[in-house]
Design a protein around this ligand. Structure first.
Ligand code: ITT
Length: 231
């Protein structure tokens, strides 16, 4: 049973639920009777939710999907986009939720494009347009970066995932996943992300690594929560 379950519940709760016999270890009681941690994830993107909930389920954490489209600022930095979105959404949702922003950065001739403009590029020219931009050009590597932003009621904290490095395929392949998955081949693999299952993608992805850092922070184990205002 994951330790995370314990951290999700206010310390005052156990005694109101049960009075353990003296000979039973109180910590053990907490593990077996308390409800799993539940947290709200705000996104309009079904696939993001699927990935996040699959990764959380493995850790005994329940994710509630707040299906909502919010307006993103145009900025050069994924972290700034996530933080500003979180601040804005907090006016509507209060606290205890997280959201994330993800960018695909293509090297070589594209010099890091689309990066923070990934949403716009994906919606407008899509994978076909991205491949067209690369036709006959120098192809450098590419990477994904995810930043999670969490509002705890006092401050917005951001969690930057490890980057997922890879290359852009010559043509789209695979039918799983979403967005740029069909054209992204992670380093050390021959398949695109769209040729992997959700759990395979979660083993290596930018999103799951940002999520791990966030969950470590929530579990009170440290993590790299960065206060961006207040405190
Ligand atoms: P929300 O902002 O509502 O969460 P979104 O789809 O607009 O959803 P982003 O702005 O973070 O999310 O993502 C920008 C785009 O980048 C997204 O629409 C996808 O096309 C693409 N993208 C993000 N994560 C991806 C991933 O893991 N694999 C492939 N493409 C991804």
């Amino acid at each position: 049973m994951p330790a995370l379950t314990v951290c999700a519940v206010p310390p005052s709760m156990p005694s109101t639920l049960i009075s353990p016999p003296k000979h039973v270890n109180h910590i053990f009681i907490r593990f077996i009777i308390l409800p799993a941690m539940r947290i709200r994830f705000v996104t309009s993107n079904q696939w993001k939710f699927n990935e996040i909930s699959e990764a959380c389920r493995r850790k005994g954490i329940e994710v509630e999907w707040v299906r909502m489209k919010y307006e993103e600022i145009q900025a050069d930095d994924t972290e700034e986009i996530a933080r500003t979105s979180c601040e804005r959404v907090s006016a509507q949702l209060g606290s205890g939720f997280f959201l994330e922003d993800t960018g695909l950065y293509v090297g070589g001739a594209l010099g890091g494009f689309p990066g923070p403009y990934s949403s716009y590029v994906s919606k407008t020219i899509g994978n076909a347009g991205l491949l067209k931009l690369l036709e006959g050009k120098e192809r450098g590597g590419a990477y994904f970066l995810t930043v999670i932003a969490y509002f705890d009621g006092t401050v917005v904290r951001t969690f930057r995932g490890g980057i997922l490095e890879g290359t852009i395929a010559d043509a789209p392949r695979g039918s799983n996943g979403f967005g740029f998955d069909p054209v992204f081949i992670p380093s050390g693999h021959s398949r695109t992300l769209a040729e992997m299952s959700t759990s395979e993608k979660n083993m290596i992805s930018h999103r799951s690594s940002a999520l791990s850092r966030f969950l470590e922070y929530l579990a009170g184990r440290g993590g790299n929560g960065k206060a961006v205002h207040g405190q």
